[in-house]
Design a protein around this ligand. Structure first.
Ligand code: GLN
Length: 581
């Protein structure tokens, strides 16, 4: 970066002025609008779902929207976070490892996001410190205000300019009052001040309690939570009240009265059966129009586009409430106690279920206690099995037993990343007779490392020995099940997050025994999709990728769709007679 560029980026932070308003190239003041979504009372209220539903309403109207999740933690990304604490790591196409909320936005908006849509305090601080080392602050002492907050504002405006957004949706992580999100809130306050009227709308998601012992809704916690926001100099424009039951008018009145927010902008957001009904509920409450008014952008609405989008969504939502056939899918996973760790798998299955008229139920299986003697019993009531991604040796032998069971009993199988690798190991051991076949991740010096780290292959992609991350092209072999699933596309794109892969020196043996590698790296011997021939097994598919990350409500991911269809057929007992592999 040239000095001139640097100075441009950091704005006017000099001895002469207290303002620090770096404007990125391409930023159109007055054109880009912002909706800031914050939470009070407690976290875990579904801020991401709320914010993405609201963003969807504007997107449906033909506006360009760009969400950003601002995390309070000091990690640079979510890559090292334990899914048990934080839910799954959601990988974006550009390789950024993010919070699971980004998945919510991608699904709701049917839009691929990038690293620009995600920031952490860690990223903000490291940018500030880097600029300080580059001499970027013109001799000033570097301070929380204006420099840290300035960096936050820069991020927001950069996203607006880069995405040419009509409206940027800013979701501030955690709740108002957390130490961690002070920089974000203060930056948003400054943003509203700098951008001027009708440019920034503050939306609060709060919680109305209904203690069982009282049997009535209480608004005090909500009032106090919003007060914290007002203490930070931010007046809310819209308040959405999360609650178990519809929020009573009296309670809304109380909240309205204590916060200066008119009643029409205090809405109930009680529990619903399906999150996909939330956009319509918000529209019915008139929140979309309130946002247009607050941001003065009614003239940007494309009515025809909105009518079309609504119709499509309506049809999807209608299918949800129709009666559906039950299928049960076993999911083997280390984090069996926490569903958030597998959020995208659950969502992808749900998308397929809605399309196919199936109600996909999950049976979570801890494989540490599974062996050849009990696997049949444990999987007896299941119609398909998914072995999801994972790291470490725990439970791997049990997973191999499950895969053997699925293969031998023609139970539909979908292996995701680790599940792909485990399927290769199972096949190598039990079909090819390769003794001691394993992954070096689990057994460093195993006699036959069919799965291994092959840095020389990754070097070609410029990744060295690191994790192979993000969207990559996959070349599909014509005439295979994969080709059928992907409508005979020659090249598709999937997202990856792995270190290990199939060692090419075993490929010939695996293929001779019937395994088909139907998806490969376009130029390198990196195996990306495997399957068994259709006359051997109705649906045995694995992928080194994470197809669950790219499934969307109206566009279910093909490998999941094929799997769910096969599981339904398995449930109906319509499968062909078994043949020996
Ligand atoms: N542990 C395996 C690897 O690193 C699989 C990773 C995953 O399932 N995401 O390659």
């Amino acid at each position: 970066m040239s000095n001139e560029e640097l100075l441009f980026r950091i704005g006017q932070s000099t001895e002469e002025t207290e303002f620090y308003t770096p404007m990125p190239p391409g930023y159109r003041t007055g054109h880009h609008k912002f909706v800031v979504v914050v939470g009070t009372v407690m976290s875990g209220l579904g801020k991401g779902i709320f914010s993405s539903s609201l963003a969807k309403l504007l997107q449906d109207k033909g506006l360009r929207v760009a969400p950003i999740k601002m995390e309070g933690y000091y990690n640079i990304d979510s890559g090292t976070l334990n899914p048990y604490r934080h839910g799954e790591v959601f990988v974006l196409d550009d390789g950024m490892e993010t919070d699971m909320d980004l998945g919510t936005y991608e699904r709701m908006l049917d839009q691929d996001l990038t690293a620009a849509n995600f920031t952490t305090n860690g990223q903000i601080l490291s940018s500030v410190l880097k600029k300080e080392r580059e001499g970027g602050y013109l001799g000033r002492d570097v301070q929380f205000i204006p420099h840290v907050t300035g960096e936050v504002k820069l991020r927001l405006r950069e996203l607006a300019a880069k995405s040419k957004a009509d409206v940027v949706f800013i979701e501030v992580g955690g709740t108002v009052g957390d130490f961690e999100n002070q920089a974000y809130l203060e930056a948003c306050r400054q943003l509203a001040y700098e951008e001027g009227e009708n440019c920034v709308a503050f939306v609060v998601l709060t919680y109305v309690m209904e203690p069982g012992s009282l049997g009535e809704q209480k608004s005090k916690a909500a009032q106090l939570g919003i007060k914290r926001l007002m203490e930070a100099g931010i007046m809310p424009h819209i308040i959405a009240c999360r609650a178990s039951n519809p929020v009573k008018e009296k309670v809304r009145e109380k909240i309205s009265m204590y916060t200066n927010v008119p009643m029409r902008r205090v809405v109930t957001m009680h529990d619903v059966e399906s999150i996909y009904t939330i956009p319509d509920a918000l529209r019915t409450a008139g929140i979309d129009r309130e946002v247009l008014t607050l941001l003065n952008i009614h003239d940007r609405v494309d009515q025809g586009k909105e009518d079309q989008a609504r119709l499509k969504w309506r049809q999807f939502v209608d299918r949800i409430s129709k009666p559906r056939k039950d299928v049960t899918v076993a999911v083997t996973g280390k984090y069996t106690a926490l569903r958030d760790a597998y959020a995208s798998i659950i969502k992808a299955s749900e998308h397929c279920g809605v399309q196919l008229g199936a109600n996909v139920n999950f049976k979570w299986i801890d494989t540490t206690s599974i062996d050849a003697s009990n696997v049949a019993k444990r999987l007896a009531d299941c119609h398909g099995i998914i072995v999801p991604g994972g790291f470490g040796v725990r439970g791997t032998e049990g997973k191999i037993e499950c895969i053997r069971f699925a293969r031998e009993n023609k139970m539909p199988y979908l292996g995701l990343c680790l599940g792909f690798q485990m399927a290769v190991i199972e096949f190598a051991r039990n079909v090819c007779g390769i003794d001691g076949a394993n992954s070096t991740e689990f057994e460093k010096n195993c006699p036959n490392p069919v799965i291994d780290i092959l840095p020389e292959q990754k070097k070609i992609e410029g990744l060295g020995g690191n994790m192979r991350l993000g969207g990559k092209d996959v070349e599909i072999k014509p005439g295979t099940l994969a080709a059928k699933l992907f409508d005979n596309a020659r090249t598709i794109r999937l997202r990856f997050r792995h270190r290990y892969e199939v060692d090419p020196k075993y490929i010939a043996t695996l293929e001779e025994h019937g395994m088909i590698f139907s998806g490969k790296h376009p130029t390198q011997p990196i195996m990306q999709i495997l399957e068994l021939p259709q006359d051997v097994h109705p649906y045995f598919v694995g992928t080194q990728a994470h197809p669950e990350l790219t499934s969307r409500p109206l566009r279910p991911q093909p490998m999941f769709l094929g799997f769910c269809r096969a599981a339904m057929e398995f449930a109906e007992g319509r499968l062909r007679q078994p043949q020996a592999v």
